[in-house]
Design a protein around this ligand. Structure first.
Ligand code: SF4
Ligand code: SF4
Ligand code: SF4
Length: 270
């Protein structure tokens, strides 16, 4: 059975955790959290590393009253234990100029499919809107990162060199004299800055999602529908093959990444 109150070191006190939508809470919800902390806690809250709100110093005997309060005020209590934890995300295209993908929307979908699901051990997951990687996806069991693959249209290129200048990793070389444009794909991190700077329609960006398992990316960038299928398959493998209390990374080490990848491919028909 799921637990919702974390025992504190102070005798008789517990902490209640509330979910956010990838860090987003409305002003009305914040007001309700204020009232909850005043009424049942110690008048303050803490922010967790998983973009949750924790309300410390609550009493176990008040749990039902807090549950009702949360239900009436559009607040979701975050369960504890070996579950698919709240998915964290940056704002991505919702407000960040560097955003490539709508990270909160993808995080919301993953929450909807898997949020609170129980596994042999907890699963942490983060979605980051671009290769700047503000959410540090490799530090999670599963991570998703927005990626742009630049596609080149030679007939439109005037060899101005703007793309070469803006690329921070030196992936593009333009030779004006010889009218050559070259890209080292292995260097490209997929930020899409070259695509944005080209005013001659010589570069177009193909947006994809990179998926990381325990910090490793096994697959080329995928589209959103494929991402959800890969997630589903990977979580099923974790559920079926992980030992009790084994983390995803440890299971990967034991199975071998090739075997894991093959199992995902087989399960999802990729
Ligand atoms: S990862 Fe990219 S999109 Fe997300 S907040 Fe950082 S810079 Fe913006
Ligand atoms: S910015 Fe566009 S036109 Fe200029 S060199 Fe790059 S691809 Fe060619
Ligand atoms: S997408 Fe970013 S890293 Fe890749 S070539 Fe363009 S500017 Fe460079």
């Amino acid at each position: 059975m799921k637990k919702f109150l974390a025992r504190q070191r102070q005798d008789g006190f517990f902490t209640l955790r509330l979910k956010s939508a990838a860090g987003k809470l409305s002003a009305t919800q914040l007001l309700a959290i204020h009232n909850l902390a005043e009424k049942f806690g110690a008048g303050f809250v803490n922010l967790t590393s998983r973009q949750e709100i924790s309300v410390p110093f609550v009493r176990e005997e008040n749990f039902d009253a807090m549950k009702n309060f949360c239900a009436e005020n559009d607040l979701k209590i975050s369960p504890l234990g070996t579950i698919f934890k709240q998915v964290t995300a940056c704002q991505g295209t919702q407000s960040c100029p560097a955003g490539i993908i709508d990270a909160p929307k993808i995080a919301g979908e993953l929450e909807r499919f898997h949020g609170g699901q129980e596994f042999p051990n907890k699963i942490t997951c983060a979605v980051t809107g671009c290769p700047n990687n503000c959410m540090k996806v490799e530090a999670n069991d599963i991570g998703v990162k927005g990626f742009v693959e630049p596609k080149f249209f030679a007939e439109n290129c005037v060899h101005c060199g703007a793309c070469e200048k803006i690329c921070r990793v030196g992936a593009i070389k333009v030779d004006r004299a010889k009218k050559l444009w070259m890209i080292a794909r292995y260097k490209c991190v997929g930020c899409g800055r070259c695509v944005k700077v080209c005013k001659n329609s010589a570069l177009e960006g193909s947006v994809g999602l990179k998926i990381f398992f325990a910090g490793k990316d096994f697959f080329p960038p995928v589209q959103e529908d494929e991402l959800y299928k890969i997630f589903y398959a990977a979580l099923k493998i974790f559920s079926d093959h992980a030992k009790p209390r084994e983390r995803l990374g440890k299971m990967l080490e034991r199975l071998g990444t090739d075997d894991f990848k093959e199992k995902i491919r087989a399960a999802g028909n990729f």
